[in-house]
Design a protein around this ligand. Structure first.
Ligand SMILES: *Cc1c(COP(=O)(O)O)cnc(C)c1O
Length: 382
């Protein structure tokens, strides 16, 4: 039997809550389950305002709209990321300036960040790759110095933390709660899902709260009307239909109720991979995932970095022959067909290296420790 790369997990309560949502007779968005999910995030992580969206991409598009960009404004985005991170800002007329990854892991390199800033720079978009934090103290201080907005792409980063040591006091900050705005994804490949597709917009800066609700509700002040704050509602701004139907929120609620159990199991699997592969990494066959001392691990992904493309291709092929599906990840966005002619020609060598050499292994709730033992034995054999 093949071990797939990903398999969505069902907690068992999804259909029950979806039935409840249907039976309540309130099917459209912003009902009871939507409110419950949003409140969950606001209370558990202290996020100022949360709005469920139909995808992580939509949450990023809302972020980009809230940044209120003018044509020619520049937005700094890592090149090693999913298309949506860049596309959301490009659609708003911004010029995307691609940043390289760090040497040690695929995250945006905070040390070279300042060299990319021009008088037109407006936004920095750190992506917490594999749920591992970017160096947020460094990024936020660059942003403050140049008066820039920070939008966290926390699509992979649910229940993960940045450990700040500012002025020698250690504090844990949840990812998605540090930048002015943030986006999470509940796509079926993420740690929890809203039934296939889903996302969350997080607003941490009070200035954006009201406008976020309006953009979410097709440019109307409908949310204020339902709270009784205004006596009629109408068209007041730009927007779109970003809110998911209640059955998706009901599905997500079943997953949120089990978040701790899901996270515990995923970390167990991740740690087993790490322990079994460490001896081979010590011998120099590949490098293990890097988790800096300022980051936590949410076990979104287990990956290795191979010495070159040929070795990675051989490993993926060998695993496939033994019924294990391992996959590579992003291709550099700065050299994509759509962007290559718009890119300023800078080389981004770390990004290109991860595009060629990073490989991801099966990681999902229903995977067993025995499965991980088997995958690691095949890697060893190769
Ligand atoms: C998954 C993902 C997205 C997009 O989320 P969707 O819910 O699939 O739209 C954006 N950025 C990153 C880094 C992701 O991993």
């Amino acid at each position: 039997m093949t071990i797939p790369f990903n398999k969505p997990h069902l907690t068992g309560k999804e259909a029950h809550y979806m039935y409840q949502a249907v039976y309540n007779g309130k099917l459209s968005g912003n009902g009871e389950f939507t409110k419950r999910c949003q409140q969950f995030f606001e209370e558990r992580y202290g996020f100022r305002k949360c709005l469920l969206t139909t995808s992580g991409t939509d949450a990023l598009e809302m972020c980009a709209m809230l940044c209120d960009l003018q044509a020619g404004d520049e937005v700094i985005v890592p090149s090693y990321t999913f298309v949506s991170t860049a596309l959301a800002f490009l659609r708003e007329g911004a010029k995307v300036v691609f940043a390289d990854s760090m040497q040690r892991n695929p995250n945006l390199d905070a040390e070279t960040l300042e060299s990319l800033i021009t008088p037109r720079t407006r936004v920095i978009v750190p992506v917490h790759y594999a749920g591992v934090a970017c160096d947020m103290d460094a990024i936020m201080s660059v942003a403050e110095k140049h008066n820039l907005l920070v939008v966290e792409d926390a699509a992979q980063a649910i229940d993960s933390y940045y450990i700040s040591r500012k002025s020698k006091v250690e504090s844990r900050k949840p990812l998605g709660g540090i930048g002015h705005l943030a986006a999470f994804s509940f796509h079926e490949t993420k740690n929890i899902t809203a039934g296939g597709e889903g996302g969350l917009l997080v607003v941490n800066d009070e200035r954006f709260v009201r406008r976020a609700e309006i953009i979410w509700e097709k440019g109307t002040n409908r949310a204020e009307f339902f709270r009784g704050e205004v006596n009629k509602y109408g068209w007041v701004d730009t927007g779109s239909s970003f809110l998911p139907a209640e059955i998706n929120a009901a599905f997500l609620w079943a997953q949120l109720e089990n978040l701790d159990e899901i996270q515990t199991k995923r970390k167990q699997l991740w740690n087993r991979y790490y322990e079994l592969l460490k001896p081979l990494a010590d011998k120099g066959f590949f490098s293990l995932p890097d988790i800096p001392d300022y980051a936590s691990n949410n076990a979104h992904m287990f990956y290795l970095v191979l010495p070159n493309l040929e070795k990675r291709t051989a490993l993926i092929r060998h695993l496939k022959e033994n019924d294990v599906l391992a996959v590579f990840h992003y291709l550099s966005l700065h050299s994509s067909a759509y962007y290559v002619n718009k890119h300023d020609g800078r080389e981004l060598p770390n990004c290109d290296r991860y595009a060629d050499t990073l490989v991801r292994f099966p990681m999902y709730f229903d995977l067993t420790l025995e499965d991980v033992n088997y995958v690691c034995s095949i890697i060893k054999e190769c």
